[in-house]
Ligand binder design. Structure first.
Ligand SMILES: Nc1ncnc2c1ncn2[C@@H]1O[C@H](COP(=O)(O)OP(=O)(O)OP(=O)(O)O)[C@@H](O)[C@H]1O
Ligand SMILES: [Mg+2]
Length: 262
């Protein structure tokens, strides 16, 4: 069985996809077998690996609805040890299709239960729809990317309430691997104020690693490459390799606190 990690924050544009792609690549570079499951109809993780979006059932859509064996739709990436199940625009209809189904919260969990990778990283769409409830139910852990900007903490209380309610109902064992500060801008004092504030509230739940705002990171995704293949010496690449190391060290300890005050 794989360890399944959901990259989740209902806020858009906070670095979920960037972290999925780059953490996955860094873990693969360290020698882990990794599958990226692109559950966002936007398909940015798919194109982030230079892969065209899938169509119909031969994609994460078919996997989410339990209509296809995930192993039949796994694609290789050019990163050794790193595989992907691509997204398709059809996913945007999945919420409606799931809605009428009896086991609508656990479709994905059943579907991916037999995968055998070290890690499955799920790139979640923004929002709190049934796709994300399925992702939270199918996951062992979550990573919460948080952009270092003024409204960073807005909506976080709601996210924690959702996580707690998932724990109380469908996935008792769900734990938070960490909150990840992203797009940290050294030249902007607001970034350090937000970072200090988040650390004061969430303490050791926050990864020590901080992802800097680095133009190479967005350039890399426009070339369909993870940052470590685009510019391994960039600050962005170094920070994602550091994150992979810290993530693995957290695997050995239970960092999550079930009663975080916020
Ligand atoms: N560390 C960074 N430095 C510079 N640009 C970044 C960084 N992280 C992300 N970006 C850019 O910010 C934008 C939003 O990032 P990303 O797509 O990862 O967010 P997201 O949370 O997945 O968004 P959505 O909710 O729409 O799926 C992208 O254009 C991405 O290239
Ligand atoms: Mg995204």
């Amino acid at each position: 069985m794989s360890s399944v990690i959901a990259m989740i924050n209902q806020k858009g544009g906070v670095g979920k996809t960037t972290t999925t792609v780059n953490l996955a690549a860094a873990l693969a570079a360290i020698g882990k077998s990794v599958l990226v499951l692109d559950l966002d109809p936007q398909g940015n993780a798919t194109t982030g690996f230079g892969i065209s979006k899938g169509r119909g059932l031969r994609s994460s859509y078919g996997v989410l609805l339990g209509l296809i064996d995930p192993m039949d739709v796994v694609l290789e990436t050019y990163v050794s040890g790193l595989f992907i199940i691509s997204s398709t625009i059809d996913l945007s209809a999945a919420e409606v299709e799931l809605f009428s189904q009896k086991d609508r919260d656990s479709k994905l969990k059943q579907s991916i239960s037999k995968l055998e990778y070290d890690y499955v990283l799920i790139d979640c769409p923004p929002g709190f729809g049934l796709i994300n409830i399925n992702a939270l139910n199918a996951s062992n852990k979550i990573i919460i990317p948080l952009q270092c900007e003024f409204y960073a903490l807005e909506g976080l209380a709601q996210l924690f309430t959702t996580i707690q309610s998932v724990r109380n109902t469908i996935n008792r064992n769900l734990i938070i691997s960490g909150i990840l500060l992203t797009m940290y801008d050294q030249r902007n004092s607001l970034s350090s104020m937000v970072a200090d504030d988040v650390r004061a509230h969430f303490k050791n739940l926050v990864f020590n690693t901080v992802i800097p705002r680095n133009v190479k990171i967005s350039e890399a995704s426009s070339y369909g490459k993870p940052i470590i293949l685009y510019d391994v010496k960039s600050k962005g690449a170094i920070s994602y390799i550091e994150l992979a190391r810290e993530f693995l060290s957290r695997e050995l300890q239970r960092v999550d606190s079930l009663h975080v005050e916020y």
